[in-house]
Design a protein around this ligand. Sequence first.
Ligand code: ZN
Ligand code: ZN
Length: 337
Amino acid sequence: MKSLIYYGPHDLRYGDSPKPKIRSGEVLLRIKSVGICGTDLHIYNGGMKNLPLPLIMGHEFSGVIEELARDVKNFKVGDRVIAEHVINCGKCSYCLSGKPNLCANSRIIGVHRPGALAEYLAVPADLVYKIPAKLSFEEGAMIEPLSIAYYAVKQAHDLLGRKVAVIGQGPIGLLVDQILHDAGAEVIGIDIADWRLKLAKKKKWADHTINSSQKTWLKKIQKIAPEGVDTVFEVVGREETAEMAIEIARRDGDVFILGVFESAASLNMMNIVKKELNVFGSWTCAFSFPPSIALAVAKKVDLKSLITNRYDVKDGALAFKESASYKGKRIKTVINF
Ligand SMILES: [Zn+2]
Ligand SMILES: [Zn+2]
C-alpha cells in the first residue's frame, strides 16, 4: 500500500509498505484524512528518541471501514469512522480509576505502532467511533484535537459569565476558545500573531483579543479583568506563557496547563502561593470523543475554518516540510487520500 514513511529527521518519503492484517478485535480502515499536529512535527524534527524506524506517523484521522475481524459486531464495511490513537492497558490503577489518559503502559498509534499516513490502518475496534455523513472526513480528522480541548475545558467549572483567558491561539487554543464561548464564558484570546487574533475575533470565538508581544498587553487585560482573570488556559508550553498564566489569574483563580513543554520552566511561585491559585495539568484526553463528535455535529464548533492547508498524500513530504517551517498563515494542515 502507498504510505508516507518516516526514516529519520526531515526524511519522509512516499513509498510502499505492507498492507496491515487485522487481528481479533480489530478493524481495517481505508484512510481518508489525516491531520498533522505538533507531535508529528516534533518527531519529524528528530525531537523524539527510541522510535521504531521506519515509522508511519499520523494519529488524527478519519476513514472508512474496509474489513472487520469476525468478533467485531458493532460496525460494518463502509462505515465512516474515526478512532482514538492511544491504546491503554486497561489494567493499571489509572485505567481502572477513570483516568486512562494517565496509563503508564499506553501505546500510541502513529508513534509506537504504525499510524494513519498510509492507505490502510488496523485499529482495535473499541477505539473506533462512527461519524455521521454531516461531518466531512477532514472534520472527522479534527475530532482528536477537539477532544484535547474538550477534555481541558471540561475540568473547569462555573464558566458561565466568567472571564477566561486562553494563552495561545493555535489549533487547540482556538478550539478551547470556541468551547468556552459555547459555555457562556467571556473569552480573552492571547497570542503574538495578529492574524490569529483577528480570526478569533472575527469568528466571535474570543470576545477580546490581546497581542502579548505589545508592551501594553498586561494593562489591556487589567482593563478587562481588574481583579485578574477567573480562569486561564495555557496552550503554548513555554516559560513566558506559563508565567503569564499565573500572573494574570485572579486570587483563588484556576489555571489549566495544556501546553507541551520542551524544556523546564522557572516560575515566580509566589504568584501561586499568595494568590492561592488552583493549578491543574491537562494531559491528552479521556472519554472525550463522543462529546466532541456531538459538539461538531451540532455545529457548536467550527472545525472547517481551522483547516488552512491541504495536501494530497503524494505531497506528504512537502506538507511536513512546509508545516515545520511555521511560515505563513497556517493553522491546521490536513493530508487527504
Ligand atoms: Zn496530535
Ligand atoms: Zn493502564
